[in-house]
Design a protein around this ligand. Sequence first.
Ligand SMILES: Cc1ncc(COP(=O)(O)O)c(C=O)c1O
Length: 449
Amino acid sequence: MASSSHSSLVDFGNKHVTKGLARIVDGVIAQGEGSYLTIEDGRKLLDFSTGIGVTNLGHCHPKVSGAAAEQCMKLVHGQCSIAFHGPYLRLIEKLLPMMPHESLDSFFFWNSGSEAVEGAIKLARSVTGRQNIITMQGAYHGRTFGAMAVTRSKTIYSEGFHPLMPGVFTLPFPYWHQLGRAPDTPTAELSAFCLDQLALLLSQQSAPRDTAAIIIESVVGEGGYVPAPPEFLRGLREICDKHGILLIIDEVQSGFGRTGKNFAIEYSGVRPDIMLVAKGLANGFPLSGIISRKELTDQLKPGSMGGTYAGNAVACAAAVAVADVMKEERILDNVNTRSAELFTALNALRANPKLAPCILDVRGQGLMVAVEFASPVGTSPQDQFVNTSVPEKLASRVAKRCLDKGLLILTTSVYETIRFIPPLNISEADLAKGCKIFEEAVEEVVREG
Ligand SMILES: Cc1ncc(COP(=O)(O)O)c(C=O)c1O
């Protein structure tokens, strides 16, 4: 294998790796360093995907990789159900002062974001004694059975896998396109509509006494990078408080500085009952967290939570280093500075009269930003934003053109949307380089029609 050519390695992978995995780059990644990935065939890609919002501090940040390597020589597997281990406790110590609300003081670390969602559903059902979960239209929470059941971004994640976990209800989310409203509709208007729908849902479909939790991403990710409006989150909090329903805030993708604050929920000031983290937490080492308050988690029976690899010592040591680097390198400052540059570049593109009809929206927070293109077909003939004069499949064609030019960038949602998730410590020069490539790609694809 070591001497195989790059193309025969790709052929080998295509033959033996499950078809159930999708892939964007036809290649084998040789190395990741900072904001770049090197492919074995020699291509060097500027990475605006960060492994889907994971390598927030860039690939192989020396302090994070160094901490993991050091931990590898001390203890790799401590097993959280056998005893505490140092990195687990040190990580809690680092995270406590970062929490968006002081009540969040009880931690359980698992491996993936999906597992964190499973744990949250278990906790919510167990402490409320109720079964039903309300999720958002367009939400993405993962691919395991509970997480898949509360996922509403695309049917590909559940198609062919039914029956799913029962007791899940879907609430309209204040996203203009899903609600058939103009892109500049005030979020207060969209939020009021959705909160009214929640009142209806609780009186028509799932009674409060049967409803354990509402789960929501602070920024809907796989559903289009749409921040949850603060007034909507505050409305949910009020309704939860009124009915004893728990509010689960999924910060798996939006957490750890991605939106310019430690956690995107801070924009609303809303207190989560349960908060979920993963991805950026350990910059690429598998680690997730279910964070709640002791008063709730004390009701769990010992042994009801756990997992062989849960809270792995190497992943926890890496996460401790992530928390240190976030502070030492003033990552939030960089996010906010680069974010302003990114919005300036994307809004300039939208202001270009040749491109304006093709761009419906530029949105997001911090370095979790999306451009939504228009489409000549839309999601159906009833889609009010169909524009037959714009080229088709703009998002995937632009993403492919970017890749050809050395920029790795992802699409998102059922709409024609491209998401920007560059490393949080990206330099001004690399951000500008990526924006330039994106601009060229959009211009070329639109010109080609
Ligand atoms: C908001 C959110 N929740 C949960 C998940 C699932 O995480 P994982 O892929 O680690 O299972 C994701 C993954 O993209 C996510 O974006």
